[in-house]
Design a protein. Structure first.
Length: 570
């Protein structure tokens, strides 16, 4: 059901995008303008003669660090004044607006120097009186200055056009409306996966999806801010920086997710390389749109390489992720500058949907694996319990008990108490997932006490410096101690040693069994006991715990159980 929901949302976003774009109305905008330096005329309106002015494309008009006059010709049809019209301008500059020689209004106060200029809003919409509108050619003149930008920008002039009055906000809603749907879905995903990570902080994939979604939402908010809020043009630089930064954060989080999923051993290298190359490349990109596009495009090959690495290793979902990333990169290259405004949020939403489904599938597989591991551990525990109460074990123990009762009743009573204590411990812990390490040590010592009475030799367990409060799966050490007697004999008694070592990521519990009588049975522990230990560790910690064993140089046997650093069970 969850997968269907994400697929449905993704399809709706892509279908809504062209439908909304089709509703956009064409604005009447000039393509070129005559630009004159206002300082040459003393700030007065020039005559726009060819000798003192330069004709240039409208979007190349640059008032930064100077005062300029800009004249444009706007051709209107005969019925243009039938509906109320407005003059729409957008620029990183203060400006005054004239139409056919009449002053219509101003956005800020342009001036010949920084102190004389009062910054205006980046976007302006002024009502155009119908009496000033003439069929055919009309003259639109702007007096502009821009002294308050902290850095020089590549394209400070954004647009100048005529459109139905009130169309500005409606146009912004049409541009950003479909993206709002994608941003809403991404916001829900960010909250969901952030909550999932808070509940299970060991799964970094949940964090990366939450960050990826949050950065996409933040980028949408920065993009849509221009249509939703009127702000002075000097703040536009902060908006551009924010868009580029959020784009970088989104793509690095996406790269981290893919690398962590499909190249887990090397994921920090992929992320570090992607971030370093991107940060080195961004300063050479001309314009903030190019910088934001670089922030999205440059890390993508690293994510794609991680997905292909996983595909080569036959990781499930790797090919789907690789194809999604390839399509995403192709859209960036094909759309160019339009990608940020028109396509990014839908492409990001689609990419996020792929990752959502992949993560949900991975979580489902992990739950199934954990359930299967639990079943295997339960079966192993049952087999071990059956082995513990096998007839030969009871027969040998009862025979020894009979001899002690006949020869030394007091010792026989102590053996009965020790045996009863061991079975009491077993019954108390068999149904629990975790017990304190101190209880596990006590169980081992009970078994050693029984064996001491049984063969009339002293056995002990030394466990200095271990954390008795640490939770461990029951029976893991008891099984190893029991294995030592099942597969070896000790002629002179023995001391088992349990030690603990802390590393940066793990706690190592090492149980060392002493060398057995060389003339007796083999030293290697039985496979059934190790299978039980592995099964209990897998059920408790998944793949975050392990057990290894091997002989010591003195002839004994050493078994190392590596547990996750945290004391919290899975």
């Amino acid at each position: 059901m969850t997968r269907f929901f994400f697929f449905a949302v993704s399809a709706a976003l892509f279908l809504l995008a062209p439908a909304q774009a089709a509703k956009a109305r064409a604005w009447i905008a000039p393509e070129t303008a005559m630009v004159c330096d206002g300082a040459l005329e003393g700030g007065e309106r020039p005559g726009f003669d060819e000798s003192g002015c330069v004709r240039t494309p409208l979007y190349d008009v640059d008032p930064q660090g100077r005062l300029v006059w800009v004249r444009m010709t706007v051709s209107l049809p005969p019925d243009a004044s039938a509906a109320p019209l407005g003059i729409f301008t957008g620029a990183l500059a203060s400006r005054e607006i004239w139409w056919n020689g009449a002053r219509i209004g101003a956005e800020g106060v342009p001036g010949a120097m920084r102190e004389a200029e009062k910054p205006g809003n980046i976007d302006s919409e002024l009502y155009l009186p119908p009496a000033l509108i003439e069929p055919g050619d009309n003259l639109l003149v702007l007096k502009m200055s821009s002294f308050h930008n902290r850095v020089r920008l590549r394209a400070p002039m954004h647009y100048a056009a005529l459109a139905p009055y009130g169309e500005g906000k409606a146009a912004a809603l049409r541009v950003y409306g479909p993206g709002l749907l994608a941003a809403g879905a991404l916001l829900a995903a960010a909250i969901y996966f952030a909550g999932a990570f808070a509940a299970n902080r060991r799964d970094l994939s949940l964090l990366f999806i939450a960050l990826m979604s949050a950065f996409a939402v933040a980028q949408f908010a920065a993009e849509a801010a221009r249509g939703a809020v009127d702000y002075p043009y000097p703040l536009h630089l902060a908006r551009l920086v924010a868009i580029a930064a959020f784009a970088f954060g989104f793509q690095i989080a996406a790269t981290a997710y893919v690398a962590h999923r499909f190249a887990p051993a090397r994921w920090p290298l992929y992320v570090a390389a992607a971030a370093a190359v991107t940060l080195a490349f961004i300063p050479f990109a001309r314009g903030f749109d190019a910088k934001a596009l670089a922030a999205l495009l440059v890390p993508t090959p690293f994510a794609l390489a991680a997905a292909l690495y996983g595909a080569r290793a036959r990781a499930k979902g790797a090919w789907v992720a690789a194809l999604a990333l390839a399509g995403y990169a192709a859209l960036i290259l094909f759309e160019g500058g339009r990608f940020l405004d028109r396509t990014f949020f839908f492409a990001a939403g689609a990419l996020a949907v792929v990752f959502f489904i992949d993560q949900l599938t991975a979580l489902s597989r992990a739950r199934n694996a954990a359930a299967e591991a639990g079943k295997r551990a339960a079966r192993a525990e049952l087999e071990l319990l059956q082995r513990r109460i096998a007839p030969h074990f009871l027969m040998n123990t009862l025979n020894a008990l009979t001899e002690w009762v006949e020869q030394d009743p007091k010792t026989g009573v102590k053996m009965i108490d020790a045996l009863a204590g061991e079975f009491r411990f077993l019954s108390q812990t068999s149904g629990r997932a975790f017990i304190p390490l101190a209880d596990e040590i006590a169980l081992c010592r009970r078994h050693l006490e029984v064996m001491s009475y049984r063969v009339d030799r002293a056995f002990s367990l030394k466990a200095d410096g271990v954390d008795g409060a640490r939770p461990v799966p029951p029976g893991v050490l008891h099984t190893l101690v029991e294995n030592a007697f099942t597969h070896g004999r000790f002629a002179d008694g023995a001391e088992f040693i349990l030690s603990e070592e802390q590393t940066t990521r793990e706690t190592l519990l090492t149980l060392t069994a002493p060398p057995p009588d060389r003339a007796a049975a083999r030293r290697e522990p039985g496979r059934e006991g190790l299978a039980y230990v592995k099964g209990r560790l897998e059920a408790a910690y998944g793949d975050r715990a392990s057990v290894t064993s091997g002989p010591t140089t003195e002839g004994g046997w050493r078994t190392v159980i590596a547990l996750p650093k945290t004391k919290e069970p899975r």
